[in-house]
Design a protein around this ligand. Sequence first.
Ligand SMILES: Cc1ncc(COP(=O)(O)O)c(C=O)c1O
Length: 284
Amino acid sequence: MTNQDIYYIDGEFVEASKAVIPVNDLALLRGYGVFDFLRTYGGKPFCVEEHLFRLKNSARLIGLPFPWTVDEVIEIVNQTLALNHHLESNIRIIVTGGPSDDFITPGSQPRLLVLVGELRHYPPEWYSRGVKVITVIGRRAIPGAKTINYLSALVSLEAAHGQGAVEAISIDRDGKVGEGQTSTVFAFIGDRMVTNEDGILPGVTRELILSLTEPEFAREIREITISELLQAEEIFMTASNKEVFPVVRVDDTVISDGKPGPRTRRVMELFRDYTARFALGGIN
Ligand SMILES: Cc1ncc(COP(=O)(O)O)c(C=O)c1O
């Protein structure tokens, strides 16, 4: 009996230490591939269809074939989960560019990988006290696609960590707010909950938050400028693994009184109630 995680690698289930793909895969050679990332609640993959629709769309946006049905991939995800024994799991589904004869032209044999691991927990203070984020200039090349190329994200996150921050929000040259490196931005501005939609990854958590909060908060889907963000009453960010986390400082600017605001706390509560109900089987 092994203690290792079991991964699905291109048609086979293998122990993590034996999980390999050939070096002529365009994922390695050129960073050509897409992925999606989700977690379980109550051991069940959360919003799995939404994540797979986005994965398929990411592949389409970069011209990568996706020769599986969503149901086939869900089945593989469930089989991989069943071979592992974590209480709660992270699930990373990757489609690589596959082999290429000349090391640059895409072929027609993408590889599907499903990596399951124990759920990573974030520090409770992130949620009780809120976090600092920094801003960086830039936008991803194909924002609607979750590609495997996180080069600038890694550099930006390292810069954030060096400044005691946990995320970096990309701002474009016109001062328009984009997204975090691995999360979506929301702000309460006046009596509105505001979030942008152009030039960002369509966050699965973002979509869920918009629907859960619909009865309680008036919202505006529009661009946010950096000066609006710095003067916002409350800011929070969302991501599948980090859920909903309050932002109380952006660069050197303290947001409002520097504490998570009541509306953000309410959004966190709505999200937690929803995921708790999902875990107990009350929601499909
Ligand atoms: C660039 C980017 N934006 C937003 C998100 C949040 O998306 P989701 O809520 O679907 O996890 C992610 C997730 O990793 C991301 O990489």
